[in-house]
Ligand binder design. Structure first.
Ligand code: SAH
Length: 343
């Protein structure tokens, strides 16, 4: 019999499991505390649970772990990139970053990705599977354990499309923000999407407090569809209308990611089109990213980032340039996992 993953249960689900075993309810909350606050790795370590119960738990459930397969530490800025391996041998990448305002973790939500964005390394080897809620939590727990650092904010910007793994991501966020667990406010979480429109609307209705980052990268349907196939399913007009809906419902300013690629989307004409597209959504934020050059494509980093930024800010659109972290360890997502598959 396959043992059940005990880390993916919400407090209510854990209570149902424990009472079904003929135990009192309070045992479930003791167990949740051991798993998510004290982070035990063996049932036998839950010292206030009776031995008979921990033995029973051991026979039925597993406390999953993620193994550090590789770890790269930047000498430039302290960024640490982890390659984790799960029980079935699949791997994902997680990046720990230090900013002036604290420690942030970038986690993956899927093994591989279906979205096919032409500039992204994570999608090149295709899609393998969704990550479970506990595999997302483990990226946080194992990183805190290994680094001794406390993760203060989280970005869902690693491998995968979070809104294509919606239910698991939502369950993960509920576990992460659980008072009896890590207790992280969702105001400290950013979710990045390539633009799955119906899910953006659903997320807006849930009023989670999350910051929504939208990977835009091009301001017109013609240009966006050429580099992001998802735009053929949900075009820019639909996307902008969903963003407007998110802002109106939640009051949270949307952040747009725009990776500047030389000769593709970094000319003044594109900046003008972007201004036109985003003006109705103001106040919003544009995060300009000098594109990470990947092996599979000829895309080159734009040399016109500052000019592009100035055009936006001159027209009243808030735009910042993302600091490059971990440049010496190739912290761009997807590349470490790709290398590990190829080897
Ligand atoms: N699927 C989600 C989250 C993962 S990608 C999304 O699309 O938002 C995280 C961010 O990195 C996205 O903004 C993505 O477009 C961007 N990205 C991917 N490859 C990149 C590259 N080579 N250079 C710069 N940014 C890249």
């Amino acid at each position: 019999m396959n043992k059940k993953d005990i880390l993916s249960f919400t407090p209510a689900e854990l209570e149902a499991e424990i009472t079904a075993l003929g135990e009192k309810k309070f045992r479930a909350s003791q167990l949740f505390d051991w798993l998510h606050a004290k982070r035990v790795t063996a049932f036998a370590d839950c010292s206030n649970l009776p031995g008979a119960l921990t033995e029973k738990l051991d026979g039925l459930y597993v406390i999953p772990r993620a193994a550090v397969k590789r770890k790269l530490e930047s000498r430039l800025d302290g960024t640490v990139k982890y390659l984790y391996e799960f029980a079935d041998g699949e791997r994902c990448e997680t990046v720990l970053m230090s900013y002036r305002h604290g420690t942030s973790l970038c986690i993956s939500t899927q093994v591989g990705c279906k979205m096919g964005c032409s500039f992204c390394a994570s999608t090149k080897a295709g899609f393998v599977r969704d990550l479970t809620p506990s595999e997302m939590l483990l990226q946080v727990y194992e990183t805190e354990r290994d680094s001794g650092r406390k993760v203060e904010s989280l970005v869902l910007m690693g491998i995968g499309e979070p809104l294509d793994n919606f239910d698991n991501v939502m369950k993960f966020l509920s576990l992460l923000s659980s008072e009896k667990g890590k207790n992280m406010s969702l105001r400290h979480v950013s979710l990045s999407t390539c633009g799955i429109v119906p899910r953006i609307r659903e997320l807006a209705d849930m009023k989670t407090g999350l910051t929504l980052s939208v990977s835009l990268h091009a301001p017109t349907d013609e240009k966006r569809s050429a580099i992001m196939p998802v735009n053929k399913r949900y075009d820019t007009a639909e996307l902008m209308s969903a963003c407007r809906y998110y802002f109106d419902k939640t009051g949270r300013r949307i952040s747009f990611e725009f990776a500047l690629i030389s000769g593709v989307n970094d000319d003044p004409g594109t900046a003008k089109e972007l201004i036109k597209l985003l003006r109705p959504l103001s106040p919003c934020h544009v995060n300009l990213i000098p594109v990470n050059e990947i092996r599979e494509r000829e895309y080159r980093r734009s040399a016109k980032v500052r000019e592009f930024q100035k055009m936006l800010t001159d027209s009243g659109i808030n735009a910042t340039v993302r600091r490059t972290l971990g440049a010496d360890i190739n912290a761009a997502c997807g590349q470490l996992r790709r290398d590990s598959i190829a080897n």
